[in-house]
Design a protein around this ligand. Structure first.
Ligand SMILES: Cc1cc2nc3c(=O)[nH]c(=O)nc-3n(C[C@H](O)[C@H](O)[C@H](O)COP(=O)(O)OP(=O)(O)OC[C@H]3O[C@@H](n4cnc5c(N)ncnc54)[C@H](O)[C@@H]3O)c2cc1C
Length: 255
């Protein structure tokens, strides 16, 4: 099985700060890490490789600093890591991102399966996987919590709006996974040390053989009209000096 895993590097969401004035993320305020949902995609790929043999390649579009985080993907069992990094890719919306990823996947050659996370913790659109599959002209399944490879087909359990869909697709296909699919293992010290010797390949826009008008800002039709932040409301406590009044108020709320 030749498996490609799409991995985005995101700021640690627990630590990152925002510039409320201009509506931007202050990326330097937090360490970069693999998008948590993509760890599930990678774990699933490594599990399939362990059972059926094959190769796992992670593909990431991001800034040069993403290289360090991709070493983590190598330590977690990926055989190859490719970082798509170029000033020409900056400002990509989901359409340009998915087009760029699809060009890289075509350049990698034949594949059986593409795995991605259901969404990212920063952009959070959940669009990139499906759009990538559309660019490649292959089927895709979303919100997959169980995946099994049966011969030349994949059987997926997809959970949508309180319904469980069990579907079978011919390979190659793209599968977008939820956190329920597995529990990603932690890399061992040995695999961390081994990953340091592995190279993260960096591809530029020119390496992709892409139509450059479809990359980065020029290829991104999304217009950001306004960015707002939800206001944080603190808890409002009520203090009752009379216990009977307090019990009455609680009973009222509960009813
Ligand atoms: C309205 C709007 C305007 C935006 N404007 C800008 C802008 O001007 N400049 C800018 O830089 N960004 C901008 N972005 C962010 C940019 O669109 C996203 O960061 C990017 O397209 C990925 O989308 P996402 O994070 O929502 O991924 P999702 O669709 O939530 O991701 C789903 C899965 O796709 C894969 N994936 C997603 N992104 C990547 C990646 N880069 N590499 C590899 N795999 C990936 C991962 O497996 C991920 O789990 C904007 C986003 C929105 C919604």
């Amino acid at each position: 099985m030749n498996i490609v895993v799409l991995v985005k590097i995101v700021p640690d969401i627990e630590k990152v700060t925002f510039n409320v004035e201009n509506g931007t993320v202050n990326r330097a305020s937090a360490p970069q890490e693999i998008n948590p949902f993509d760890l599930n995609a990678l774990e699933e790929a490594v599990k399939i490789k362990e059972e059926a043999g094959g190769r796992v390649t992670v593909v990431c579009m991001g800034p040069p600093e993403a290289k360090e985080a991709l070493k983590d993907a190598l330590a977690r069992g990926a055989d190859r890591a490719v970082l798509l990094s170029d000033k020409k890719l900056a400002g990509s919306d989901t359409l340009a991102t998915s087009y760029t990823l699809s060009c890289a996947i075509k350049k990698l050659g034949e594949f059986d399966l593409i795995l991605c996370g259901e969404k990212t913790t920063d952009g959070d659109t959940g669009q990139v996987g499906a759009e990538t599959a559309e660019h490649l002209g292959i089927p895709h399944a979303y919100y997959v919590s169980r995946l099994s490879i049966e011969g030349k087909n994949a059987v997926v359990h997809s959970e949508m709006e309180n319904r469980l869909l069990v579907m079978e697709f011919p390979l190659p296909m793209l599968v977008s996974v939820t956190k329920d699919i597995n529990a990603p293992r932690l890399p061992s010290l040995k695999s961390k040390l081994a990953s340091r010797k592995k190279e993260v390949e960096v591809w530029s826009a020119a390496d992709l053989g892409a139509d450059e008008s479809r990359l980065g800002f020029p290829g991104s039709p999304t217009m950001v009209y306004k960015v707002t932040f939800p206001t944080e409301e603190g808890r409002k406590g009520l203090i009752f000096k009379d216990i009977t009044e307090g019990i009455k108020a609680i009973a009222q709320i509960l009813s």
